[in-house]
Design a protein around this ligand. Sequence first.
Ligand code: KG4
Ligand code: ZN
Length: 341
Amino acid sequence: MYKDTTILAIETSCDETSAAIVRNGREVLSNVISTQIDIHKKFGGVVPEVASRKHLENINMIVQEALQQAGINLEKVDAVAVTSGPGLVGALLIGLTTAKALAYSINKPLIGVHHIEGHIAANYIEHKELQPPFICLVASGGHSHIVKVKDYDSFEILGQTRDDAAGEAFDKIARALGLGYPGGPLIDKISLKGNPEAIHFPRAFLEEGSYDFSFSGLKSAALSYLNSMKMKDEKINIADVAASFQAAVVEVLAEKLIRAAVEHNSKYAVLAGGVAANSKLRQELQCLGSQRGIEVLFPSSILCTDNAAMIGSAAYYRYIRGVVSDLTLNARPNLTIGERV
Ligand code: KG4
Ligand code: ZN
């Protein structure tokens, strides 16, 4: 008889403390996310030490809440999954220590999950029909990768950023525009009122055929535009700068993702990571995808951001293949995609 697999998942790699209960990799029974954004906003970015302390204060409560919302006891859980990297080492350690203690207490397996593989798996929750292989763009605060997802646990990096991650570029330009933190959603919102063609910022497509990205030239161009306007004492139209900057980032991300899908005969072009919530990126991709016969998929906004449900989904595909961790599992702040956790 088929037995359901229920996983308790924990995610604390950056500034969201999250716990979730996920059944059979695709069904979310609960996904509790406590964000620290309001705390870090004051500092213009995540302060690692503060993040660790807040995770420690909240984690037990968040786990309890996830169990309660799912209506199950800890003893009913088949495995405990946790993000083991990449991320902030102190923040990761809080999740790891909690997950180890819980797994040990109920004598169930512990499963370490790669944060970015979790972001990709968010799409399995959202799109029940989605199965590898497919091409995925993972764009977050720390990553901009085009990945060939060959199987649930097999990944090939086709391209990646040579300098800033896309989310990082959004955050830096938002700061320069005085919009606050995190910058991506603020630029997305204000861009709706701006003209994306007001300022022509450079698009770095790099060498022909490359799937790599580079956002530092664009970032410098935007910063030097702002400087020169200030020097000339001219009024800066923030919405126009934001919209023009966003258009430049989105054009390169969308073009490279769709090209990768076409060149690798993938039916789907899939988006993942915090930047996948960007409205212009979604719009542009759907437009390009329909022109080139590629189906574009992305998770709902809540599953784009850091959350434990995506970790529970990725963990399920390890669990059914018998890939579990032992209690020596450690935090790996610089883990690369596809590397064994
Ligand atoms: O995946 P995520 O929540 O955390 C990391 O793993 O890094 O991604 C956070 C990043 C931030 O840089 C944030 O500015 C960006 O995702 N982001 C967005 C949007 N929402 C979040 N960037 C552009 N447009 C958005 N709507
Ligand atoms: Zn993330």
